[in-house]
Write a protein that binds this ligand. Structure first.
Ligand SMILES: NC(=O)C1=CN([C@@H]2O[C@H](COP(=O)(O)OP(=O)(O)OC[C@H]3O[C@@H](n4cnc5c(N)ncnc54)[C@H](OP(=O)(O)O)[C@@H]3O)[C@@H](O)[C@H]2O)C=CC1
Ligand SMILES: O=C(CO)COP(=O)(O)O
Length: 311
């Protein structure tokens, strides 16, 4: 039945994996007119987005370009807002999801949604907070109101690059911290790893034009803490499993859903090699995942680097 309240919007969610399903449950809470589309849907993507005020993409990184290219050929409402909820980097181009959306569909406002949002906790109705970031303040506020509820506090932010990179880069660090916990290296080691990794994330973020202070917020430090402290995180699970002696292939096969950090590590290190950005933790994660070094060598390598000032 069509809702009659004037503040209710038509919202389309693309992707019915773990994150798409959690976002679906949040939109349902507010009784918006909701359409979910996935590759299994009996209707087309064009039909799903017709008349939508907000189109939310929650597909994994490998699906972003194909979805954006399809939407590029579809007639959207002129005011329709696009929302990217993916945390990853594209393999060939090194682009972020929002860069892909922006380049393919430049005429619509774009919002990045990212924060400490483990989908299982959200599905269980536990309280959480997130960030919706855009250069278009009205677009960010629209998405804020679509999602905000008693159990989901939504903040706007005007630094979409920073918000997106915080969510993307912490996945690599969560693999490192999962491995640290899997080896039982202790709380001191874990705290040092998380803190130094945040500096590393900021270094990359600033290079890409993000505001450093964004990374102290929910989408940076917040998501880093969530993902590095929960065995609900698939990235953390991958690191933990490797520390238990599993191969990367087995670890990936055993998790439910997508651990974006595996691919992100490889793309990130390629970018940082090219741009000469110092990312020791991400680099050791990448070399570990590629099988170039053992976990023990990664720990030793990180500890035995040249001594330097903290800042
Ligand atoms: N789970 C979480 O807690 C959170 C996840 N995220 C991010 O959200 C993204 C999705 O994660 P999650 O839902 O957990 O992953 P899942 O593996 O559970 O789901 C992946 C989703 O991506 C879709 N997809 C994959 N490849 C393609 C493709 N080629 N074309 C179209 N669709 C495709 C799948 O579609 P189909 O259903 O048709 O197979 C599915 O909907 C990731 O970037 C993740 O980092 C962000 C915040 C929280
Ligand atoms: O991004 C997430 C929480 O904010 C989900 O983390 P994982 O992809 O590691 O499960």
């Amino acid at each position: 039945m069509q809702n009659m309240r004037s503040d209710l919007k038509k919202v389309t969610i693309i992707g019915s994996g773990a994150w798409g399903s959690a976002l679906t449950s949040l939109v349902k809470t507010n009784q918006h007119h909701l359409q979910v589309w996935s590759r299994q849907s009996p209707y087309s993507l064009a039909e799903a987005v017709a008349d939508s005020d907000a189109i939310i993409s929650a597909v994994s990184m490998k699906g972003v370009r194909v979805i954006a290219e399809t939407l590029q050929t579809v007639k959207l409402l002129p005011h329709a807002v696009l929302v990217s909820a993916t945390k990853g980097l594209e393999t060939i181009t090194g682009q972020t999801p929002s860069q892909i959306w922006q380049s393919l569909i430049p005429d619509h406002p774009l919002v990045v949604l990212s924060g400490p949002n483990l989908s299982e906790e959200i599905m269980a109705g536990k309280p959480a907070a997130t960030v919706v970031a855009s250069k278009d303040e009205n677009a960010a506020q629209l998405i804020q109101h679509i999602f905000a509820s008693r159990n989901f506090r939504v903040y706007t932010n005007s630094d979409p690059v920073g918000v997106e990179l915080g969510g993307t880069l912490k996945n690599v660090i969560a693999i490192a911290v999962g491995a640290c916990d899997g080896l039982n290296l202790g709380t001191n080691a874990k705290s040092a790893l998380i803190t130094r990794s945040l500096i590393e994330i900021i270094r990359v973020g600033v290079y890409f034009g993000a505001q450093p202070e964004t990374f102290w917020g929910l989408s940076g430090l917040g998501d880093l803490l969530a993902t590095c402290n929960s065995n609900l995180s698939r990235n953390y699970q991958v690191g933990y499993a490797i520390a238990q002696g599993q191969s990367l292939e087995t670890a990936i096969a055993n998790i439910h859903g997508t651990a974006e950090g595996v691919n992100t590590a490889s793309v990130l290190v390629g970018i940082c090699d090219r741009e000469k950005i110092y990312v020791p933790v991400s680099r050791y994660v990448h070399r570990l995942l590629k099988g170039e070094i053992t976990l023990q060598q990664a720990v030793e390598g990180l500890m035995e680097r040249d001594l330097k000032p903290e800042n």
